[in-house]
Every structure is written in C-alpha cells, then in structure tokens.
Design a protein around this ligand. Structure first.
Ligand code: GDP
Ligand code: IMO
Ligand code: MG
Length: 423
C-alpha cells in the first residue's frame, strides 16, 4: 500500500479541507504532515460549517483515524479550542478514539507568537503578512535544535525545558522593545498542555508504515500551498515548512517510494493572502467580483484575500514539484456569471516572453500574458453529475487538462460536501 497525498497548488486556501472530507470515507487514516494553526480548512455539510486549524479534515468520519504528524507545529491552546468547538457540535474525537498526535511534533509556545509579532512589526513594507501564530519562530527552534516536542510534555523536566526556552525568547524579545504581558496566555498554555496529554501520543513513522504494511489506506493532508513552500515558494514570502509532497515524507516518516497518488487542488482562479508577489493579481472590479462571489476572506484571520486569474506557468511548476497525478478544480461556481475567463499562459519578463516561473519574481514583476476563454454563464451550484456539467465548462476543463498534462478528477461547485462532482 502507498500513501496518497492531497495538497494545494497555489498560495493556500484552495479548498483542501473540503476535498479531504469528501474523500476520507475511502481512507483508514488521514494524516496532516506540516504547518500549524496558520491553516484554516473549511468543511460544510448538513447546513453546518467547521473550520479546522490543526485537526485533520477526516475527523467527521468516525471510521477514519486522524493523525497530527511530526511535521506539524502545535499550539496546544488552539488545539484545545478546536476540540472544545467540536464537542459543542457533538463530535468528540477523544471519546471516539479517532485522533492521535505525533510525539515528535513541535510545540508553539506563547513566546513564539510574541517573536512572530515582533519580527513582523520590524519588517515595514517587506512584511510577510504572517498569520502571527508563531509558525516561523517554532520551526526556527526546531531546526535550531531548541524546540519542545509533544513527547516532552510527559517528561518530569518539561517545565524546566519550557523555562529555558522561554528565557531564550525573552532575551531576544528584549532587543525588540517592551515585552507584552503574556501571563494569561501562559496559564492557558499549561492548562492546554494538561489536555494535550489526554490525546494519545504515537510515533507517526511506525503508525503510518504499519498501516501501509497491513494494507490500509492512508491520505496525507497538506496545509498552505506549493507557492508558500519554504524552498520552492515565492521566498521570502512563504511559510516555514515544506508544503510539497516531499514534506509528507519528512512530516510523517514515510519513504519517498511509499508515495502513491498525488492529488493537487487548485481554484478556477487564484488567491493569495498576505504579502508577496502575485503575477496575475487583479486590482480592479473583476478582482473585487471574484472576492465577493468567492467569499475570499481568510478562514483563520478573516483577512481579505487578494484575487486574480489562474496562472498556468505557476500551476505547471507546482505539478512538477509535487509529482501530481490527479487534479481537482475548485470554486468553478464563482465564475458562473463571468462572460469571459482569463488564463495566464506566459509572462513578459525582463524583456522576454517566458512560460515558466523565474527565480526572481519580487524585484522584477512577471507581466502575465492572458488567453481569453468563453464563460459558461450558467448556475453550476446544483449540478451533481458529470453529465450535467455545461458544455463550455467541459471545454474549459479539457483545455486545462491538456495544458497541464494531468487529468482533472473532481470538480467543486460550492462549499458543501455534496457540491462535488466526480469527472
Ligand atoms: P483550505 O485551506 O485549502 O482548506 O481552504 P479554505 O477553507 O481556507 O478556503 C476555501 C473556502 O472556499 C472555504 O470557505 C470553503 O468553504 C469554500 N469552498 C470550497 N470549495 C468551494 C467551491 O467549490 N465553491 C465555493 N463557492 N466555495 C468553496
Ligand atoms: P491553508 O492551509 C493561505 C500565508 C500567510 C503569509 C505566509 C506566512 O488554510 O491553505 P505564516 O503564518 O505561515 O508565517 O504566514 O503564508 N499562509 C497562508 N495563506 N492559506 C494558508 O493555509 C496559509 N498559511 C499561511 O498569509 O502570507
Ligand atoms: Mg485555508
């Protein structure tokens, strides 16, 4: 058995949570492999809406085990809040025994968040637009070999380790200016750590490999998007983890030859939240229309998302990096009332026409070259079967499949679980 991977091909918020929820009945295990509560994965069904930050999106299926992998960074306070929220909705993963957490996952401390905020406030116009959840500083401590891990919470010297790391953070923070009060947060942190101890801790590498050896089906759930990858994204306007398929190997403990299908999710247009380059961005009424119809406001921070047309060179780059085998097109319904749809196929870049994403898109802006496609001008939100898809939307999908060189296996026409069509 091999692990299938599902991840975003753009700058995040492609609709990963929705599709994991749709596909999870086919899997025995859903495993988040990187990122942290900077993610917001939205699921809608039975007139209910849930936003998950740390918990994998298979949590509503009682028969699926959900693993928070070692590559994830965990804010215990947020995780507790998520679980409390689920409990209010009569979903109790601890009682159902369908949530486990990797011992090797790193912890986000209250002072990691202070460091995130302090660092961003000094950046001026070069701000990354971080979600300020402490993601960058936590991964820095992980690679700096200072981090605290979930497994440490069961050791007798946990408090000592915490104090040592906190001291280090306070020392750094003192160089930024006055340190905000965080006593309340610290109390909440320790309360949440007690709670974290009640969630079963596992060795993700052993669990996932055992599942595969037993012939069970595993889906790895990515967070953020390929263009936010620490190595291959629009650096430095990226997140601090490998959001690409390779991240599933290190973020769970599986060998590269155990990767099976790679399901790449993309919107029929494109969005980005936070700072950094966005070649196809629309700063006009069309962009505003996409934002309004697509409800493009962040699931985690509520920030307004930047909008633009689909970017083929960027998608091809993402498909290559991830070894995508199957594509899923999201939010096609948002384009239902558009007479024309634009697709960026190439860029004018530094006096040349190119069809790939160049190294530097920060100081030299790639100017998109668009092709115009006919819109389908029909309400797609009630479509449930492949046969009902309007001809012009089929033509658009065929065009994308041919251009991207991979099959589009699902079409999403609304936020609800039911608004998903197998192609
Ligand atoms: P994720 O981070 O990739 O899981 O995506 P988010 O949940 O942050 O953002 C996707 C947003 O689009 C959420 O509000 C979803 O409910 C919504 N959504 C998902 N699929 C569709 C779709 O096909 N059409 C529309 N209109 N909304 C969708
Ligand atoms: P999901 O999983 C969209 C963006 C932030 C910022 C940059 C760095 O919901 O798709 P960080 O908090 O990681 O230091 O922020 O990355 N970002 C996301 N954008 N979706 C996300 O997650 C994101 N997670 C981080 O806006 O530009
Ligand atoms: Mg999101």
């Amino acid at each position: 058995m091999q692990v299938d991977v599902l991840l975003g091909l753009q700058w995040g918020d492609e609709g990963k949570g929705k599709i994991v929820d749709v596909l999870c009945p086919k899997y025995d295990l859903i495993a988040r492999f990187q990122g942290g509560p900077n993610a917001g994965h939205t699921l809608e069904f039975d007139n209910k809406k849930f936003v998950l930050n740390t918990i994998p999106s298979g949590i509503f299926n009682k028969n699926t085990l959900n693993l928070i992998g070692n590559g994830v960074v965990i804010d215990p306070i947020i995780l507790k809040k998520e679980l409390d929220g689920l409990k209010e909705a009569k979903v109790d993963p601890i009682a159902e025994k369908n949530l486990v957490i990797a011992r090797k996952a790193h912890l986000i401390l209250p002072t990691h968040q202070l460091l995130d905020a302090a660092s961003e406030s000094k950046m001026g116009s070069a701000k990354i637009g971080s979600t300020l959840k402490g993601i960058g500083p936590t991964y820095m401590d992980k690679t700096g070999r200072n981090g605290l891990r979930v497994g440490d919470t069961t050791l007798s010297n946990f408090k000592e380790k915490y104090e040592k790391l906190k001291e280090k953070h306070l020392n750094i923070l003192s160089h930024y200016g006055e340190i905000p009060d965080f006593e309340e947060k610290e109390a909440a942190f320790f309360e949440a750590i007690d709670f974290l101890r009640t969630i079963p801790h596992v060795d993700s590498e052993h669990l996932v490999n055992r599942y595969l050896d037993e012939g069970k089906k595993v889906l790895a759930e990515g967070a953020q998007g390929t263009l936010l990858d620490i190595d291959f994204g629009s650096y430095p306007f990226v997140t601090s983890s490998n959001t690409t398929t390779a991240g599933a190997c290190t973020g769970l403990g599986i060998a590269p030859n155990r990767i099976g299908k790679v399901i790449g999710i993309f919107k029929a247009y494109c969005t980005r939240v936070g700072g950094g380059p966005f070649p196809t961005e629309l700063d006009d009424e069309v962009g505003e229309k996409l934002r309004k119809l697509g409800h493009e406001f962040g699931a985690t921070t509520g920030r307004s998302r930047r909008t633009g047309w689909v970017d083929i060179p960027a998608l091809k780059y993402a498909i290559m990096l991830n070894g995508v085998t199957d594509l899923v097109i999201m939010k096609a319904d948002v384009l239902d009332t558009f007479e024309e749809i634009k697709v960026c196929t190439k860029y004018n870049y530094d006096g040349e026409v190119i069809d790939y994403m160049p190294y530097d898109i920060n100081s030299i802006k790639p100017e998109p070259i668009f092709e115009t496609k006919e819109g389908w001008n029909a309400d797609t939100t009630l479509i449930r079967k492949k046969e009902e898809v309007p001809e012009k939307l089929k033509t658009y999908i065929k065009y994308l499949e041919k251009t991207l060189g991979k099959p589009i296996t699902y079409l999403s026409v609304g936020p609800d679980r039911k608004q998903t069509i197998k192609l």
